[in-house]
Design a protein around this ligand. Structure first.
Ligand code: PLP
Length: 490
């Protein structure tokens, strides 16, 4: 390789004069990542927060190491060696997915070129690639020609924007003071970002009305009907119903056609939070579970969950493009008003963000290399896996399961015959910690009706039923040992 012609102080810039250095540094990084992955023995090392914090806070950020190799070594010690690996079959905690290689290839370009999707003059073709993906996703949802949408940083932002559009539609033609009368209805199992959004939108915590769920953890429709009628009777305005297509704990899909019908009757905006269940849009065997989603006004899809994309990648898709106008603002220096529509297409007109990553390229490369059917197969595979594990757990008398899996999660706990429920509750966080400490398996925890449960979230299409049963065995072993220690189980 040629020697770097640039002076020392320019050699870290991504620049044609530094291509040798760029390629060499990138290779080094990829090699280090690969070598680390090749040597893994579990999803994490079980490091403690105290230990992790100490390593990091000892670093003097005013004294650079001056060399990528040294910085990579330090970064490894501080983080990479102890990080959590979502591709490991022992990882079954949160909604994190293993990622696909075409998306990682795209990342090189997303950050190297560093296009910003706010205006056409900062992104050129990228604007149209994002729009094409939005239209494609809208088509999968079943929306028509009038649909539109925007990529966002995640489901939280997508939900916020969906509810913002609903709020501004509800407020149109009303006095600002009517904000206090607006209500959002969601199920008790809806995502907490709904409450956060209500707060950010100035609605207040009491504006969110929660409707109970049935035994499969789906929104109870008769109660929703009463809630909407109650709002009307009290002179409140139900500005939106949030139906969840894939709840975070149970993967439950609210009864979308019935919810859509009620929204239609009450002239209420229907937002479908498909952050988790959105991957079903690519499924060839389970797409029918989303029937009714085409009647939504807005839909959240998280590509960084069930589309196997790296964080961040999400979208908000709306049935009627004009609603996105509620977030449009014109600035002379960026996206001046364009009454004739002859100027540049600017995605910033539809987004809560200004500078915005070209995350869409990751999905683009994924679809162009792999195609949607393979993504859909992955989704079906992890849902099949959850069914299979659930069936196998029916034969065990030491494991209790809270409900059959809706998508790819299993809420369960260690509870052999004779173990009181209070004791089972107490064991949940201790078993979870025991697994984390071991570095061999990771599960999540949640509460159902005030009781403690463990949760498996299965998003790895390469994980087998035996892998998952091995995690369950670790849970049972930990439960027995911790239980005996506390004198609870014979
Ligand atoms: C994960 C999730 C969200 C939030 O999405 P982020 O991408 O984490 O911001 C919203 N709703 C549901 C149902 C989710 O599972």
């Amino acid at each position: 390789m040629s020697t770097c012609p640039l002076p020392e102080n320019h050699r870290d810039l991504f620049h044609p004069a530094n291509l040798d250095g760029y390629v060499e540094t990138m290779h080094r990084g990829v090699a280090q990542l690969g070598a680390t992955m090749a040597g893994l023995t579990g999803p994490s090392t079980g490091t403690s927060p105290e230990h992790a914090a100490k390593l990091v806070t000892d670093v003097d950020l005013d004294r650079p190491l001056g060399d990528a190799g040294a910085a990579l070594g330090e970064m490894s010690r501080l983080w990479l060696e102890d990080t959590v690996w979502f591709h490991d079959p022992g990882y079954a905690a949160h909604l994190n997915c293993p990622v696909v290689i075409p998306a990682l290839l795209a990342e090189v370009f997303v950050s190297g070129v560093n296009a910003s999707l706010d205006t056409f003059d900062q992104s050129v073709g990228a604007t149209f690639m994002e729009r094409h993906l939005v239209d494609w996703t809208a088509g999968r949802i079943g929306f028509g020609e009038t649909a539109d949408g925007i990529f966002t940083s995640g489901g939280t932002q997508s939900n916020l924007q969906g509810l913002l559009l609903a709020r501004d539609r509800a407020l149109a033609g009303r006095a600002r003071g009517e904000l206090a009368r607006l209500r959002v209805v969601a199920s008790t199992d809806g995502h907490f970002s709904v409450q956060k959004a209500a707060r950010l939108l100035g609605l207040g915590d009491e504006a969110v009305i929660t409707v109970p769920v049935d035994e499969r953890h789906r929104m109870d429709v008769p109660t929703l009907a009463r809630a909407l009628a109650g709002c009307a009777a009290r002179g409140e305005v139900a500005m939106a119903v949030v139906a969840t297509a894939g709840t975070t704990d149970f993967g439950a899909i609210d009864p979308l056609p019935a919810v859509a019908e009620l929204c239609h009757l009450h002239d209420t905006w229907l937002h479908v939070d498909a952050a988790y269940g959105g991957g079903l849009l690519a499924s060839t065997r389970r797409r029918h579970l989303l029937t009714g989603i085409e009647r939504a006004d807005s839909v959240t899809v998280d590509f960084h969950k069930t589309w196997f994309q790296p964080v961040s990648s999400s979208a908000l898709i709306v049935r009627e493009a004009h609603h996105l106008g509620h977030v449009t603002w014109h600035a002379d220096y960026l996206n001046p008003e364009d009454p004739d529509g002859t100027g540049h297409p600017n995605q910033v007109d539809k987004s809560l963000q200004t500078t915005r990553r070209f995350d869409a390229l990751k999905l683009w490369m994924t679809l162009r290399v792999m195609g949607p059917d393979r993504i859909g197969d992955y989704v079906d595979t992890v849902c099949d896996l959850a069914q299979e594990v659930h069936a196998r757990l029916a034969h065990r008398d030491d494991i209790e399961v809270a409900a059959p899996p809706g998508l790819s999660t299993i809420v369960f706990r260690y509870r052999p015959a004779g173990l009181e429920e209070d004791r089972a509750d107490e064991l949940v966080p201790r078993i979870r910690q025991e697994l984390y400490d071991s570095g061999r398996a990771m599960v999540a925890a949640t509460k159902v009706d005030g009781r403690c449960w463990l949760k498996l979230t299965l998003l790895n299409p390469m994980t087998t039923c035996e892998d998952v049963l091995a995690i369950i065995d670790r849970v049972a072993t930990a439960g027995r040992e911790l239980g005996v220690g506390a004198g609870a189980v014979a």
